[in-house]
Design a binder for this molecule. Sequence first.
Ligand SMILES: Nc1ncnc2c1ncn2[C@@H]1O[C@H](COP(=O)(O)OP(=O)(O)OP(=O)(O)O)[C@@H](O)[C@H]1O
Length: 366
Amino acid sequence: MASKKLRRAGVSQELCELLNRHHVESCKDLLSLTPLEVMRVAGLSYQNALALMRSVSQHCAPPVTTLLELWKPKSESFFSTSLPALDDFLRGGLPLGTITEVAGPSGCGKTQMCVMLSVLATLPRSLGGLDAGVVYIDTESAFSAERLVEMAQARFPEHFSSRERVLQMASRVHVFRELTCQDVLNRLDRLEVDIISTKAGLVILDSVASVVRKEFDTTLPGNLASRSNLLTQEASTLKYLAHQFNIPVVLTNQITTYLGNGGGGVPGEGDSGYVIAALGNTWSHTVNTRLIVQYVDARQRQIVIAKSPVAPYAVLNYTIQKEGICLDGDNQEPMGEARDPGLQPIRVRTEFKYSLSQAVGTDGGS
Ligand SMILES: Nc1ncnc2c1ncn2[C@@H]1O[C@H](COP(=O)(O)OP(=O)(O)OP(=O)(O)O)[C@@H](O)[C@H]1O
């Protein structure tokens, strides 16, 4: 809240410009000054300086929210993924105002999921969309406009039968290619303005892991702490903006998989599958909802709801088609309650579940 820009806290344009000249840009910057300093940098009387500080602190103080306000109809609190079984588990879709992470190995469909969500966000509300723009931060140069259009037309053939609608959809997805940690940080600094100017209802960061893993060799002393600080800074900006604009923020992340002792020498894990979130424990706790995607075989993949404040641990099978992510059926059950013998991979994943929770118990994710 304190990182809110002064312009958005009701301070006049003129006064903002005056304060900006002294590097006072956010509520936090202003409230870190004494009234005498505010008088000096803003050219105000003592009374007016106090009034300005009071007004800014009121704007950035977190409002009290009652349970009644939070208990909104489903459609107002979630962003439907258009995957009915996943939406059912998540009680309507990805929760607005929070961070969802899609984690998994390379090529498993994380970017496909992000592209699909981008199309969905631009759709009218009558089709389950958010009727909004998208800010898509691409750190891997993986975003493909052709794929976006192909997916939109294959998934919603009727809606996108007109070229005009395709162009309208494409013009609402704003892609920012940021290939270094500093570029990502700079983009996040400007994200509040970008969200407002693009009327974004969805923010995607694909991927959070690739740039930090490229730039921080965590075997070198000090790098793990620096990486952790950077991620904490990114997470706090994204959390604030997700909350402030009540929009979903979706991040992708890689996963390091160790297979038994041969694959990583992890003590105590025997030969069971073993997965560790690539960015360590601090990051792991930052994310509100975590979907892990994983391979079953070359074609078949799974989405695991590994962390959610509202959904049970669950596994859903999917394939990637022309129209994006397609679930194998909408009648899959939560872990431990599966009745369909066709869902046997869930039993295999019981080992995975416990391995995962143990695995993220260290901050040393590679
Ligand atoms: N038009 C398409 N039709 C069917 N499948 C496709 C199509 N385009 C891409 N795919 C599938 O999507 C996979 C790539 O998925 P994606 O780019 O989302 O991977 P990712 O998880 O983001 O990987 P990374 O972590 O390396 O970025 C390909 O391996 C392919 O199987």
